[in-house]
Design a protein. Structure first.
Length: 364
């Protein structure tokens, strides 16, 4: 996607071929800053502090983290320590563990002298694969938007509500939930996106709104609690969210608040779709609520907020009464029964074991 009309991916190697460049997402939307990562410690910090975030991008970043570790030392011990270090950064995103196992399974049988080149090659392939997967998600989902558009009066837009950031900033490119949105926009369909602010880190207001604006997609930021009201007023045609982990039975873990949007959509007859690349499916899990680990993040993300003052200075202020505690679960689980369909690179299917097996018969 584009930043100031220049195409970017969210992660790439520098001109020297080994340093890894990322967009520091903690600085958006006010500053566009590119960081260069030189070792696994910097990659782990970038993931943990959410300089990179979103399940697919976390996986791609972890793959490059292993490559940087192999540059420092391609030994068996270095590989094991790198995998262990990165696996502890963000527990909910299954792509992290998928990418680490991809890298370990590839590198462990190789002689140490062959690991560095293989690591960088596979990390680059993971990025290319993610980009193509997300493009195909949008390609399969585009007819849904076209169908809604065909029933609109002339001049009326298709209104899509999304939660958090499942855009190109959360992936290597295209995004998951935003891929059909971008493709519809490129196809000339009149489209408008309701962007949940997504407290406590405001990833909708800070990230989704920023990237939609950079790519010319009409959008409006709303408070997290406004979605249900808009559905009651008939102003939401469909919801599309992403997911950080999906069970083999179709339960989805996504940013906190997704479950409430799904409940509101169900009550108002609004289709609720979840866009996911297949590496986000955890085929070992059956019950999302019981089995998906939910990351608990710092209280300060709830009690404090950062923004630009009227004088142009970025400042962090406390918004909660002194002495008040805060709870900050980062994700919730939406049961499959509330999901209209899963949007994958192989097509659209029902959120169920049978539906997923239909698209991925090799997993039966």
């Amino acid at each position: 996607m584009n930043v100031d009309q220049t195409p970017y991916r969210t992660i790439w190697t520098a001109d020297d071929g080994w340093r890894v460049r990322i967009i520091d997402q903690t600085r958006l939307p006010h500053d566009f800053v590119i960081l260069e990562l030189e070792n696994i410690g910097e990659v782990a910090e970038a993931i943990k502090m959410m300089r990179v975030r979103g399940a697919p991008l976390i996986g791609a970043s972890a793959a490059y983290g292993i490559a940087l570790a192999m540059k420092e030392s391609p030994s068996d011990l270095s590989l094991d320590v790198a995998v262990d270090t990165l696996s502890k950064t963000r527990p909910t995103a299954v792509n992290l563990h998928w990418a680490l196992m991809e890298m370990k399974d590839l590198l462990a049988p190789l002689a140490p002298g062959h690991r560095l080149e293989a690591a960088y090659r596979r990390a680059s392939e993971i990025c290319d694969e993610d980009t193509e997967i997300n493009r195909r998600i949008g390609e399969h989902a585009l007819p849904l938007i076209k169908s809604v558009a065909s029933g609109k009066r002339l001049g009326k837009s298709v209104n899509i509500l999304t939660h958090c950031n499942a855009g190109w900033l959360a992936t290597v490119d295209w995004g998951t939930a935003t891929s059909p949105i971008y493709q519809a926009h490129k196809a000339g369909i009149s489209i408008h996106v309701w962007v949940d602010e997504t407290r406590p880190r405001n990833q909708g207001a800070s990230l989704t709104a920023w990237e939609l604006g950079q790519n010319g997609v009409p959008h409006t930021v709303i408070t997290d609690n406004a979605g249900g009201y808009l559905m009651q007023k008939g102003e939401v045609d469909l919801c599309i969210t992403g997911t950080d982990r999906t069970t083999a039975t179709g339960d989805v873990a996504n940013k906190i608040g997704t479950y409430l949007k799904a409940l509101a959509a169900h009550d108002n007859g609004v289709p609720f779709y979840v866009a996911l690349p297949s590496p986000t499916i955890d085929w070992s899990l059956q019950d999302g609520l019981a089995e998906i680990p939910i990351e608990e993040r710092s209280e300060s993300e709830v009690t404090e907020i950062t923004g630009r003052t009227t004088s142009g200075v970025l400042e962090t202020i406390r918004i909660v009464a002194d002495g008040s505690r805060a709870s900050n679960p980062a994700f919730d689980v939406t049961p499959a029964r509330l999901v209209t369909g899963l949007l994958t690179e192989r097509g659209i299917t029902q959120a169920s074991r049978e539906g997923l097996h239909e698209l991925f018969p090799e997993r039966r």
